[in-house]
Design a protein around this ligand. Structure first.
Ligand code: SF4
Ligand code: MG
Length: 333
């Protein structure tokens, strides 16, 4: 049994414009100590899906199953979920200021969180742990900085403090939603290194949500590419980078400026806009933007099918159309 097994997760919202189908059937699992990258443009459903698992999408209509150590997160009461959030599953967001309270000292916030879940821990011990954690995530002079307010930290340090907080209760799973997007490239690389190192040390499972495939190039064991609320490609990292099948993944790969899968430093954005989730396109949701579109794509929706062992793709191209890129140009209509 995997640590987390999500089956056919669907999430929709009623809005004045109609029903937004934010997640339209998502199945994945993650084991202890592993990293899963969930990649897609904004509005692809990647954040909504994990927020829903954590009970953070009030008002949403949700179906499917999400077994965490065998227990369905989707049928838990808000109280049960609150007990899971933090000690079992913790989240790191893009903007630490949305999670760090600006008016309280960083260390105090870590201490309070520890004591909220572990009431038997004394204040002094919790503070000691907060200092240790801040040191572990690379905050210099943690015994002094523990008494700083969030605004006294740089953006990178705040994100490190968030990671310290996420680790404070030694969770089994960390969900990081665009944790480095707001940071410059050097700090981003440092933070990603840090997360990877700590994850190995603590044997934590990590779900890394990002719009940038480059971010998880060195990090993820498996990758799930989301488009318009659905996974369109799902495989291990190497297969995705070197033998991707879905044209959308190929487009994301071409939009990485450098590094794994990057094509000679040229950044090529995917033309067109993500589709409406109120009335998604007929057939393949990607067809209005796909350079390989065929007649059938406009009518029939491609199911996620195995194109190689352990490699799923929701695309009508032949199974052996792997490694899409310049070499597959002849497949264009
Ligand atoms: Fe492109 Fe057709 Fe594949 Fe969709 S199914 S990604 S339109 S080739
Ligand atoms: Mg998001």
């Amino acid at each position: 049994m995997s640590l987390l097994e999500v089956t056919d997760l669907k999430v929709s919202f009623n809005t004045s414009d109609g029903v937004v189908q934010a997640v339209r059937g998502m199945t994945f699992s993650i084991d202890r100590g592993k990293t899963l990258g969930i990649v897609g443009e904004s509005g692809s459903g990647k954040s909504v899906s994990t927020q829903t698992l954590m009970g953070l999408t009030p008002g949403a209509k949700v179906s499917g199953q999400a077994l965490f150590e065998g227990q369905d997160l989707l049928s838990m009461t808000p109280d049960q979920l609150r007990r899971i959030r933090g000690p079992q599953i913790s989240m790191i967001f893009q903007d630490p200021l949305s999670s760090l309270h600006p008016l309280y000292k960083v260390g105090w916030q870590i201490v309070e969180m520890i004591r909220a879940h572990e009431p038997n821990v004394s204040k002094a011990d919790a503070r000691k742990r907060a200092v240790e954690l801040l040191g572990m995530v690379g905050i210099p002079q943690p015994d002094r900085r523990v008494d700083d307010y969030p605004h006294q930290f740089s953006g990178g340090m705040r994100q490190r403090a968030m990671i310290a907080m996420a680790l404070a209760l030694n969770p089994k799973l960390i969900i990081a939603d665009e944790p480095t997007t707001a940071l410059d490239a050097t700090v981003q690389a440092q933070i990603l290194d840090l997360m990877l190192r700590l994850q190995r040390e603590f044997d934590t499972a990590l779900i890394m949500i990002t719009h940038d495939l480059g971010v998880i190039a060195d990090l993820a064991d498996d990758v799930l590419v989301m488009y318009a609320g659905k996974p369109v490609e799902q495989t291990d990292r190497r297969s995705l980078y070197y033998r991707s099948h879905h044209p959308y993944s190929a487009g994301l790969l071409r939009s990485i400026p450098s590094g794994a899968g990057g094509r000679g430093g040229r950044l090529i954005p995917i033309p067109g806009q993500p589709p409406s989730l109120i009335s998604p396109p007929s057939g393949c949701s990607f067809h209005p933007r796909c350079p390989y579109v065929m007649d059938t794509c406009r009518v029939d929706e491609p199911p996620l099918r195995e194109v190689a062992a352990g490699h799923g793709s929701a695309c009508w191209l032949p199974k052996d159309a792997l490694g899409l890129g310049p070499e597959a140009e002849q497949l264009r209509e």
